[in-house]
Write a protein that binds this ligand. Sequence first.
Ligand SMILES: Nc1ncnc2c1ncn2[C@@H]1O[C@H](COP(=O)(O)OP(=O)(O)OP(=O)(O)O)[C@@H](O)[C@H]1O
Ligand SMILES: [Mg+2]
Length: 488
Amino acid sequence: MKMLYQQMLAFFGVILVTLAVVSILFIRSTTSNVWETSFDQLEQYTDVLKDRAVDSNTYLINSQFIQNSEEILKDQHVHFIIYDAKNNARYPAQAANGGAEPIASNYWKQLKNGNAVALPELTTNPADGKAQSMTIYYKPVFLDNELLFVIAAYAPVDNIQASIKKTEHNLLIAFLLSMLAAIVISYFVARYQTGRINRLRLATHQVAEGDYDVEVKVKGSQRDEVVALANDFQDMVQSLRASQAEIKRQEERRRQFMADAAHEMRTPLTTINGLLEGLAYDAIPEESKGESIQLMRRETNRLIRLVNENLDYEKIRTNQIMLNKQTFNATEALHDIVSQLTKKAQDAGDTITIEAAEEVPVFADHDRFVQVLFNITQNAIQFTQNGTITVRAKAGYHQTELAVTDSGIGMSPDQVKNIWERYYKADPSRKNTKYGESGLGLAIVHQLVTLHGGEIKVDSELGKGTTFTLTFPDEETAPKQAPITYTK
Ligand SMILES: Nc1ncnc2c1ncn2[C@@H]1O[C@H](COP(=O)(O)OP(=O)(O)OP(=O)(O)O)[C@@H](O)[C@H]1O
Ligand SMILES: [Mg+2]
C-alpha cells in the first residue's frame, strides 16, 4: 500500500476510535442524566403533594389541588395516584374504583421501610395497567412511624426518549462532520509527510545515477526524524562526493606517474639502443667504443637508480620501511656528507661551509638522515654556480633544526609549490645532468622527513637562492612508528 494511504489510515483510525469512545460515553452520560432529571422532577412533585395534597392528621386527600397540579403539568403528561396504607388507590376516582393496580409487593416492602422507589425500566401505566413505558416515583408518607399514604407520580417516557434521540441525532451529525474533517486533515498531514520522503527518494535515485551534487531540503526542527534523515543523507552524499573526487585524483596521479615513468625511461633506453646498434653494425670507430660503453653504463645505472628510487618511494609511502632511530651527532654526519660533495662543489665553483656546534644531537635513522641531507645539499650544488652553500644544525626545543642555504638560481612561488611531487623538475628540458635528474629526490626526502615526524619547508626567491629548513623531533616527542605491514 502506498505510504500516503497507510498514513491516512493510521490518522483516520486514531480519530475514529477517539470519536467513537467519546460519543458512547457522551450518550451514556446524557441518557442517565435525562433519567435522573426526570426522577428528580417527579420527586419534587411528590414532595409538594406530600405537603399540600394529603393531610396526615385528618387522613384526607385534597383532590382539587392534585387536579390543578395535573392541569399545570399537562404538557409533560404527569399524573398522580395516591395509595392508602393498605395499598389501595384513593385518588383519582377511577383508580379508586379499581382502575389502578396495587403497588407490587417487593416495592411495597421498601416503601414500608421508609424508602422512596424510582422505577426506570417501566412497562405498565399504573392508572390502567396497560403496557406503556413510564417513569414512576413512589413516595411514602409517614405519621409517627406509621405508613399513611404512598404518593405515586408517573409520566410516559416518550418525551425522555425523544430528547435522548435528539441528542443521538445531533451527535451523529457531529460524528459525520468530524470524520469528514479527519479525512481532509489526515490527507494533508499524510501528503506533507510522504512529500518529504519522496524528495529523499528522488535524491537517492540521483545519487545512484552518479549525480553527487544533489541537495535535499527538508524543513522542520532538528528533532524531526525525517529532517535528521535528510541531514544524514546530505552528509553521506558529501563523503561520497569527496571519495569520488579522491578516486579521480588517484587515477589522475597514477596515469601521470605511468606517463612520467615511461618518459624518464625512454631517454636512457633510446641512448643505449642507439649505441648498441652502432656497435652491432660496426658504425662506431674503435677509439670511441670505450666511451660508448661508458655512456651505456651510465645510462644503465641511471635506469637502475630510477627503478630503485621508485621502489624506495613506494615503500616509504606505504609505511613499509623500518626506521632504525637512534640519537647521534648531526654535525658529524654533516661533515661526512659535505666531504663527499666537496669535489662536486668545487667543479661548480661553489664554496660549501658548515655552521654547527661540535655536538648537535639528532634522533633519526642514521642512513635515512644522511640520504635526506645528501639530497638537499646535492640539489643546492646542482642549482648553484660559483656561489655559496651553507649547512646549519642546532638543537631546538625538543627538536633538532637543520637548514641548507644556497645562493643559486632559486625558484618561483609556482615552482616551490610542486617540488615535492614525483618527477617534478622546474626546468623540464634539463636532462642527464651530472647529479641526477629524475625529479624523485625531494619527493623521497619529504616522505622520509614526514615518517620521522619532522617537518621540511622551503624558502626560495628566483635568482637569489634557496633555503631548505628541516626539523627532527627528539626521542621524547618523536612518533612511534606504526607497525610494518610488509618488509622485504
Ligand atoms: N636548491 C635548489 N635551487 C633551485 N631549485 C631547486 C633546488 N632544489 C630543488 N630544486 C627544484 O626542484 C626540482 C625537484 O628536485 P628533486 O631533487 O626532486 O629532483 P632532481 O634534483 O631534478 O632529480 P633527482 O631525483 O635526481 O634529485 C628540481 O628539478 C629543481 O627544479
Ligand atoms: Mg635532486
